[in-house]
Ligand binder design. Structure first.
Ligand code: MSP
Length: 495
């Protein structure tokens, strides 16, 4: 089964921050999970590089837009790499191959009769690259609710997309699949927006020069959001050096709630208008906040993901983000919180379990897994169910239940006491206990692979089952007796 998944493409007007890392990490966990289930996965991320906002940022940095984009896009690419994300392609909207296809898409829309010319007058926020109606803005002064800066009045001759004609097709799409947008509250939000009536929107800009020229009127550029949304399809056509869109389209999109309307309303309509299938599904997640504010560069309350990775490793950051904040909801993240989870859950609960289990097998059984059967209950079915509901936090929660059960089991069995006994029954109980612990570590590594891939690899190496992350092995009882085990250096060293 093919599974195709995307993150939003990130604006290069500012440097990457934790919010960007968040969507990437969540998408990576899903991509890795589907791969371990044997599915053919295409996981896409990248950068959104056109538009007035980027041109302004370039000018402020004293650089040409392209030079500026090259520099900042490389930082996003580096973050993706440092997060240990397993993306199959990194798209840039300044790729020639992308730009060409954006122009072709516009021609398709025009030829299908979905575009027309008109004058546009409206209130525009350059920060959002979006027009607002007065009642959406903060009064007095027409202030953008997100950027807290005044919007500008713009008037120009534009090409318009007939979004208003897509109310019925969109509602049908939403009726066919009650989980078209997840979670349910976001589905309702998008659906009621569609029901309230849709206005046509302008898909060209006379005033923005940093963009893809409109093919039949090259003095105008294509609206940056149309250009950006199209990345999800164009990447499939050229990213791997061959066109894989027949296999992988439609994709599932992950996005933050800030860009719900464009993704859940405009984008499926644009696709239907051009004769393409709409996205398979959209998952809208919440904001990471710092206290009760959105975390964003302009508000200056950002945790630097790269600094955390340098200090504690990518797995620590990945784990914290997906564990701390219920996936789909808003949630506050802090450096203190991260340090607490690192010490309490990664170093203590998981790190100690791995280190005790392997050390005892080395000490009491010469590093060889004894005969036995796993006495702990498997959790793979429950974890799989959580993944199927896209509940990443819930999946981790179930997995942590097994980590805790394994730690309780060690305390109850007290293998160090059994080891001192000469009684055959005690020795056989010790065998079973040690087998159970080694196999639990192995099962946990398979379950945790989507979340903390590097640590999961080290766990599997330690229990002599390197690389065995396939989902068929996520249950218990798969570790053959006789396997050689070694004690690894601490997985999560304390600073
Ligand atoms: N370029 C557009 C998206 C185009 S997609 C066709 C854009 N870029 S962005 O750089 O602003 O990134 C937006 C995405 O980054 C959000 O939708 C979300 O996925 C992620 N986040 C950015 N800040 C965030 C938080 N504070 N919290 C959680 N995620 C956030 O919009």
């Amino acid at each position: 089964m093919p599974f195709s998944l995307t993150t939003p493409i990130y604006y290069v007007n500012s440097d990457p921050h934790l919010g960007h890392a968040y969507t990437t990490v969540a998408a990576d966990a899903l991509a890795r999970h589907h791969r371990q289930r044997g599915e053919d996965v295409f996981f896409l991320t990248g950068t959104d590089e056109h538009g007035a906002k980027v041109a302004q940022a370039a000018a402020a940095a004293g650089m040409s837009p392209k030079e500026f984009c090259d520099r900042v896009s490389a930082r996003f690419r580096d973050l993706v790499h440092r997060l240990d994300a397993s993306n199959d392609f990194f798209i840039r909207t300044t790729d020639r191959e992308h730009e060409k296809r954006v122009q072709e898409f516009m021609v398709r829309l025009r030829d299908a009769g979905h575009l027309y010319e008109d004058t546009y007058a409206g209130l525009y926020c350059t920060g959002c690259e979006q027009f607002y109606s007065e009642d959406e803005l903060e009064q007095p002064g027409n202030i953008c609710p997100l950027h807290k800066t005044p919007v500008e009045r713009l008037e120009e001759e534009n090409t318009f997309f007939r979004l208003s004609a897509f109310q019925e097709p969109l509602l049908e799409l939403y009726d066919r699949d009650r989980e078209y947008v997840m979670p349910r509250a976001r589905y309702n939000e998008a659906r009621s927006f569609i029901e309230s009536g849709l206005s046509d929107f302008s898909v060209s800009r006379a005033t923005v020069s940093w963009g893809v020229p409109l093919p039949w009127k090259p003095e105008q550029t294509i609206y940056v959001w149309v250009d950006a949304l199209l990345n999800y399809r164009t990447a499939l056509e050229y990213g791997l050096g061959r066109d894989v869109s027949a296999t992988f389209w439609p994709s599932m999109h992950l996005l933050g709630k800030d860009i719900l309307r464009l993704h859940c309303v405009s984008w499926p309509a644009l696709l239907m208008a051009a004769g393409y299938e709409p996205p398979r599904r959209l998952f809208v997640h919440g904001y990471l906040t710092s206290g009760d504010q959105k975390m964003s560069k302009s508000l200056g309350n950002v945790i630097d993901p790269l600094a955390v990775i340098d200090e504690l490793g990518a797995d620590a950051l990945r784990f914290y983000l997906l564990r701390e904040v219920q996936w789909g909801q808003d949630g506050s993240v802090t450096r203190d919180g991260l340090d607490r989870r690192y010490a309490g859950e990664l170093a203590n609960d998981l790190g100690n379990l791995v280190s005790r289990a392997t050390a005892m097998i080395v000490r009491y059984r010469g590093g060889v897994v004894p005969e036995g059967r796993c006495e702990l209950e498997p959790v793979d079915a429950a974890v799989r169910e959580r993944f199927e509901a896209f509940d990443l936090t819930g999946a981790l929660d179930v997995i942590w239940g097994l980590v805790r059960a394994a730690n309780r089991y060690v305390e109850e069995r007290q293998p160090w006491v059994l080891a001192r006994s000469q009684a055959a029954a005690d020795q056989s109980l010790l065998d079973t206990t040690l087998y159970t612990l080694a196999d639990a570590v192995r099962s946990l590594a398979v379950l945790l692979h989507p979340f903390i891939p590097a640590s999961a690899d080290r766990m599997l190496e330690a229990v002599g089952d390197p690389g065995a992350v396939a989902w068929e092995r996520a249950g218990v009882g798969h570790l053959p007796p006789g396997t050689e085990v070694s004690q690894p250096p601490p997985l999560f060293p304390r600073a």
